[in-house]
Write a protein that binds this ligand. Structure first.
Ligand code: URA
Length: 209
């Protein structure tokens, strides 16, 4: 599928299976999601540009590489996106964070924003939108609309599970935003849950069911 990368690393797939299991505890779910976020972040940032830099080791002068491109912003969609944030910040500690709060209006089923806070220089940075679940795609599209309103040109989207319907919606509204996911599941059910999925990601992270 164009613009979509499946992170099929064995460690990710192994952890995803435990994550899906309904018997997995809240504590394990949170830990596994954090572990998966590290591996997702590794893949999403795989092609970041580097520049040569001259350094001196204790033994000899040499050349090394360092990150050269735009600085990063991780943008979790509240609340489940927070489950991916700490792991990503561990890998890129200097990244900034943009919090995006959206809920789905039960009548219109449209995404309604209740919180948005981004760094003032967000337009000069690369934004990695993060949410464990890409289901209908409406929330992701609303978040991407909002990020673009702030002038951001370089955006990527990382999730753990995606429904084909959600991928189509995001790719048709935002074809310039590549997607990374650990798996593409079968479909959405009548309640817009991903099948087979893993249930409600927010409830499973925070034990709120
Ligand atoms: N959000 C979730 O947390 N789970 C789904 O299956 C779909 C959306």
């Amino acid at each position: 599928m164009q613009g979509v990368t499946i992170v099929d690393h064995p460690l990710v797939q192994h952890k995803l299976t435990i994550l899906r299991d309904k018997e997995t505890s809240t504590r394990s779910f949170r830990e596994l999601l954090r572990e998966i976020s590290l591996l997702l972040c590794y893949e999403v940032t795989r092609d970041l540009p580097l520049e040569d830099v001259a350094i001196e080791t204790p033994v000899a002068p040499t050349h090394g590489k360092r990150l050269a491109g735009k600085k990063l912003v991780f943008a979790p969609i509240l609340r489940a996106g927070m489950g991916l944030l700490d792991g990503m910040l561990e890998l890129v500690p200097s990244a900034r964070v943009a919090h995006i709060g959206l809920y789905r209006d039960p009548k219109t089923l449209k995404a309604v924003e209740y919180y948005f806070k981004a760094p003032s220089d967000v337009a000069d940075r690369m934004v990695i939108l993060i949410d464990p679940m890409l289901a209908t795609g409406h929330t992701a599209v609303a978040a991407l609309d909002r990020i673009k309103e702030h002038g951001v040109k370089d955006i990527r989207f990382a999730c753990v599970l995606a429904a084909p319907e959600g991928i189509d919606v995001v790719r048709s509204h935002h074809p310039d935003v590549p997607i990374w996911t650990a798996a593409i599941d079968e479909r959405l059910n009548d309640h817009s849950y991903i099948v087979p999925g893993l249930g409600d990601a927010g409830d499973r992270i925070y034990g709120t069911k």
